[in-house]
Design a protein around this ligand. Structure first.
Ligand SMILES: NC(=O)c1ccc[n+]([C@@H]2O[C@H](COP(=O)([O-])OP(=O)(O)OC[C@H]3O[C@@H](n4cnc5c(N)ncnc54)[C@H](OP(=O)(O)O)[C@@H]3O)[C@@H](O)[C@H]2O)c1
Length: 347
């Protein structure tokens, strides 16, 4: 049975969101994507109730691809474009942060509307690369003006730490959600962000839940992994600094034992563990083919009992939590986390 939840009054989304970074140019490192197969996956997902999509202005080609999907829905599908929810992001380039003004913000939002074939953007998640560059709160204010103009339905944020999220909230920006990395490898949100968001009723929309596919049976017993995607490049770094390869292999066996009990898979259990955390609204799972479409419906068919949750928690407690707040390492100049990111993709 599919699970949905009301993110804001009158606006309901699925608890599993279809992630579309995987469709962006250069994300797959070892193969070329079959976009006909991805389109089949999209139709299959919405038919099964997975109607919520996540993309970004900086995921090269992804907004256009979803726009094409919307066009197909308009032309005679049993599912209407109004039955799906599309979340995008507003990520001004690092190099122009100091020059961002209202006209620039509106230009990018108009481009997303055009690419996505929509009259209104359901959710725009705001990202700011460098807190030392002034203008973060003012730029979020631009999104409020565009909300008043009817171009944006809801405003969210992504990759904010607790302090800077609080600054937006205190300034009256109506933040309805925060997208952040939260997984069995990366529990940084538990330190301060999650408690703050619970208090303010701002649900977490979590990425990294499957750590780019590293949380799957195929890796049991492997001695190492050659990254197949940019997601895996990133999550291998996270793994290295959290539980290490040995801890990861032990975790896979624990998750497999639990999964077998529920006739499910490691990926289902890893997703369910994050969805079971209080304050988590949804998990975002990346899509780059149709092979997992049927499988992911299983996530809603079972619950983890207290003993199973404890088994996972006990294992995680034996290992390091990554340093700092969510996205802090990624913001630190010279860090390996920052060095793999592309911060000027909008122009
Ligand atoms: N705000 C941000 O900064 C940010 C950053 C990263 C991601 N995101 C969002 O989060 C989404 C997810 O990205 P992610 O990098 O975190 O990747 P992810 O969701 O952890 O991993 C996606 C991969 O998991 C595998 N997978 C999917 N379903 C599976 C299943 N049932 N069983 C086994 N494997 C399965 C697939 O690999 P195969 O196709 O190879 O089988 C897929 O490519 C992105 O698309 C994006 O929307 C946002």
């Amino acid at each position: 049975m599919n699970q949905k939840f009301e993110l804001t009054p009158g606006y309901t989304i699925n608890r599993i969101i279809n992630g579309c970074w995987q469709l962006s140019e250069g994300h797959s490192l070892t193969c070329k994507l079959d976009f006909d197969d991805v389109m089949r996956a999209f139709h299959g997902l919405v038919e099964r109730g997975f109607t919520t999509f996540d993309c970004a202005d900086i995921y090269t080609g992804a907004e256009e691809f979803i726009g094409e999907f919307v066009k197909q829905l308009k032309n005679g599908s049993s599912i209407s474009p109004d039955d799906i929810q599309i979340h995008t992001k507003y990520v001004p380039d690092l190099d122009i942060l100091q020059d961002v003004d209202f006209n620039y913000t509106e230009k990018i939002i108009d481009r997303s509307l055009r690419r996505l074939n929509r009259d209104t953007l359901d959710l725009v998640q705001f990202h700011w690369w460098d807190y030392d560059v002034p203008g973060c709160v003012e730029t979020a204010g631009h999104l409020c003006r565009l909300q008043e103009k009817g171009k944006i339905r809801n405003i969210g944020v992504t990759n904010f730490d607790t302090k800077h999220l609080a600054e937006l909230v205190d300034a009256g920006i109506p933040v309805v959600s925060i997208q952040t990395q939260y997984s069995v490898f990366d529990r940084r949100p538990e330190k301060a962000l999650l408690p703050y968001c619970k208090e303010k009723h701002i649900p977490l929309l979590c990425y990294g839940t499957l750590s780019g596919g590293l949380l799957a049976e195929r890796w049991i017993g492997a001695a190492s992994a050659n990254p197949e995607t940019r997601s895996q490049v990133k999550y291998l770094q996270v793994l290295e600094d959290s539980m290490g390869w040995e801890g990861y292999q032990e975790l896979l066996l624990i998750l497999q034992r639990i999964a077998k009990h529920h006739d499910a898979s490691i990926a289902h259990v890893a997703s369910k563990y994050i969805l079971s955390q209080s304050g988590v609204g949804a998990a975002i799972i990346g899509i780059r083919n149709s092979k997992h479409v049927d499988s992911n419906t299983r996530i809603f068919d079972f619950d983890l009992d207290a003993k199973e949750m404890e088994m996972i928690r006990n294992h995680l407690a034996k290992h390091n939590m990554l340093e700092g707040e969510p996205f802090e390492l990624e913001r630190t100049v010279g860090s390996k986390y920052r060095n793999i990111m592309k911060m000027n993709l909008n122009e």
